[in-house]
Ligand binder design. Structure first.
Ligand code: BES
Ligand code: ZN
Ligand code: ZN
Length: 478
C-alpha cells in the first residue's frame, strides 16, 4: 500500500532519494563522507543507484536518467522501483519512504508503482508462505506535489492488477468457470457493484451456441457473468462494455495441443480476469463511468461429447459457424458475448483475450495487438493510455479482404482462416458479431512471464488492467 507522509523527522524508515541532478542532493541529509561516496559512484562510475547502509536502515539514492523523456522515463522509474524493492526485501525491511527531492510527482508515483507491483507474490500453494513472504509492506511518499487522491487512484490501479494476477495464477483445479463467476460475485460485493451469473440453463435459453459448443467436452458447466458498475451520474449515456475471454483451461479440445504448448493454458481466462478487475477498480475508485464486464467462461477439453471438426453450430445471433479447429475456441465464446452486448446499446465495446499464438509470434511480450472498427477517436485515447502505463497497443490492419479468409463453404463463416494473418482473421471473426464501435485486444504475448520480468513479475502479469483503467479514468476527466 502506498501512503502519503508529511514529515520525515522522527521516523526511522529507510529512504529513497529520487532525483536527477546530483547538485540537488540536500545538504544535511547525508554526511560529507556519504555525499563524497555518492558523487564518486555517480560521476566516476556512472551509477544511477547508490546504496548507503546505515546501521538501522538503508538510504538509497536513485538518479533519474536525464536524457529520457515521456513514457520511457516513467517506465525506467517503475523498473528502478522494482529493483529497489527487491533490495529492501533482501534486507528484511518493512517500510520505505520515497522522497521527492526535486518535485517530480510523476516519477515518484511511477517508482512507488514499480515497487508495489514488483512486490507481488503468488504463495497460495507454498508450504511455508510466511517464510517466503516479502517483508516490504508500506511505501510512503514524501512530496509536496502528490495529492492523496492521486495516491488513492494509483493504489486502486495496483490492486486491480494484483487481483487479476491472483485469478490468473490459480490453476484450473481450483478455477473452474463456476469458481471464476463466484470470484467475480465476491469482487462485486466488495465494491457495491452488480454481478449476475448466468448458468448453463440460461446460456442454453439464450442459444449461445459458441459457448455451449466449446463446453461440450467439459465435465463442468459454463458460466456467463455480467459485472456492472453504474454510478449515480455517469459521464456516458451509453455504457462501455468490456468482454473478456474466460477459457479456464485450453487443452485445444479434440485438436489437442501438443508438447509444451499446453503447459500454461490456465492463463487462457486472463481476458475475463482483466475485465473483472477493471470494473472492480472503477467501482472502488468511484469513477463516474458506466461500465459493464461480460465474461463467458468454460474449459476447452476433448471429451466423449466434445465438439468436433466439421461440426456446424448456430451462434447466439443466428450466424452459422463451421468449426474446423477446436483449438480456435476463444473466438466462439467471445462471439456470443459480443452479440449479447448489443442488448446494452453500448457506446464502445472492447474485448480482451489471449486469442492467438500468432499475435504473440508477431510482436512478442512487449505490446498488445489491437484492431479497431468504427472507433477512431476511442482508439487514439486507448493508445495514449497505453503509452502512459506502458501497456502499449499496436494496431494491425483490419481490411475487408481479411474477412474473405473466414468465409465457409458449408456455413456462413468458419472458425479459422489459414496459416497467414492468424491474429487478424481471429479479429475479423469477432467483428462479424459487432455493429457498434469496437476494439479488439489480443494479449497472448504479454499475458504471462516465464521468469520475473521486472515489476510485471513471474507468472501472470495482469496486463490490460492498468491500460483499461487509465482509459476509463481519462473518460472521466471530460
Ligand atoms: N489460447 C490460444 C491462443 C494462445 C496460444 C495464447 C499461445 C497464448 C499462447 C487459442 O485458443 C488458440 O489455441 N489459438 C490457436 C488458433 C489456431 C487453431 C487458428 C493458435 O493460435 O494456435
Ligand atoms: Zn485454443
Ligand atoms: Zn484459447
Amino acid at each position: 500500500m502506498i501512503k502519503k507522509i508529511e514529515r520525515l523527522k522522527g521516523t526511522s524508515f529507510s529512504i529513497i532519494l529520487l532525483l536527477e541532478d546530483i547538485e540537488k542532493l540536500p545538504a544535511g541529509r547525508l554526511t560529507s563522507e556519504e555525499y563524497a561516496y555518492v558523487a564518486g559512484q555517480k560521476e566516476k562510475l556512472d551509477k544511477d543507484l547508490v546504496i548507503l547502509n546505515r546501521y538501522d536502515r538503508l538510504v538509497v539514492v536513485q538518479f533519474i536518467k536525464k536524457e529520457t523523456y515521456g513514457p520511457k522515463r516513467l517506465e525506467n522509474c517503475r523498473i528502478a522501483g522494482d529493483k529497489i524493492g527487491a533490495l529492501l526485501n533482501d534486507h528484511k525491511i518493512k517500510e520505505v519512504v520515497v522522497d521527492d527531492i526535486e518535485g517530480r510527482p510523476n516519477e515518484v508515483l511511477a517508482l512507488a508503482e514499480g515497487m508495489e507491483l514488483g512486490n507481488y507474490q503468488f504463495l497460495a500453494y507454498k508450504k511455508d508462505p510466511v517464510k517466503k513472504k516479502n517483508t516490504l509492506d508500506a511505501v510512503f511518499i514524501h512530496s509536496g506535489k502528490v495529492s492523496g487522491k492521486e495516491i488513492d487512484m494509483l493504489n486502486t490501479r495496483i490492486e486491480g492488477t494484483v487481483r487479476c494476477r491472483d485469478l490468473v495464477n490459480e490453476p484450473v483445479i481450483h478455477m473452474s468457470a463456476s469458481r471464476l463467476a463466484y470470484e467475480m460475485g465476491k469482487m462485486g460485493k466488495e465494491v457495491g457493484a452488480g454481478v449476475e451469473v448466468m448458468n448453463k440453463k440460461k446460456i442454453e435459453a439464450l442459444k449461445m451456441g459458441g459457448l455451449l459448443a466449446v463446453n461440450k467436452g467439459s465435465q463442468d458447466p459454463p458460466t456467463f457473468t455480467i459485472f456492472e458498475w453504474k454510478p449515480p451520474q455517469p459521464v456516458n449515456d451509453k455504457p462501455f462494455i468490456l468482454v473478456g475471454k474466460g477459457v479456464v483451461f485450453d487443452t485445444g479440445g479434440l485438436n489437442l495441443k501438443t508438447g509444451t504448448n499446453m503447459d500454461n493454458m490456465k492463463y487462457d481466462m486472463a481476458g475475463a480476469a482483466v475485465v473483472a478487475s477493471v470494473v472492480y477498480s472503477a467501482a472502488k475508485a468511484g469513477l463516474p463511468v458506466h461500465v459493464i464486464a461480460l465474461a463467458p467462461a468454460t474449459d476447452n477439453r476433448p471429451g466423449e461429447k466434445a465438439c468436433t471438426p466439421g461440426d456446424v453450430i448456430t451462434m447466439h445471433n443466428g450466424t452459422t459457424v463451421e468449426i474446423l479447429n477446436t483449438d480456435a475456441e476463444g473466438r466462439l465464446i467471445l462471439a456470443d458475448a459480443l452479440s449479447y452486448a448489443r442488448n446494452y446499446d453500448p457506446c464502445l465495446v472492447i474485448d480482451i483475450a489471449t486469442l492467438t499464438g500468432a499475435a504473440a509470434m508477431a510482436i512478442g511480450k512487449f505490446g498488445i495487438v489491437a484492431m479497431k472498427a468504427k472507433s477512431e477517436e476511442e482508439f487514439a485515447e486507448l493508445k495514449t493510455a497505453g503509452e502512459k502505463v506502458y501497456e502499449r497497443i499496436v494496431e494491425f490492419p483490419f481490411w475487408e479482404e481479411y474477412g474473405e479468409l473466414i468465409k465457409s463453404d458449408v456455413a456462413e463463416i468458419k472458425n479459422i482462416g489459414g496459416r497467414e494473418a492468424g491474429a487478424i482473421t481471429a479479429g475479423k471473426f469477432l467483428e462479424h458479431f459487432t455493429e457498434y464501435p469496437f476494439i479488439h485486444l489480443d494479449i497472448a504475448g504479454p499475458v504471462w512471464s516465464e521468469k520475473k520480468d521486472s515489476y510485471r513479475g513471474a507468472g501472470a502479469t495482469g496486463v490490460g488492467v492498468r491500460l483499461l483503467f487509465e482509459f476509463l479514468r481519462g473518460k472521466c476527466r471530460g
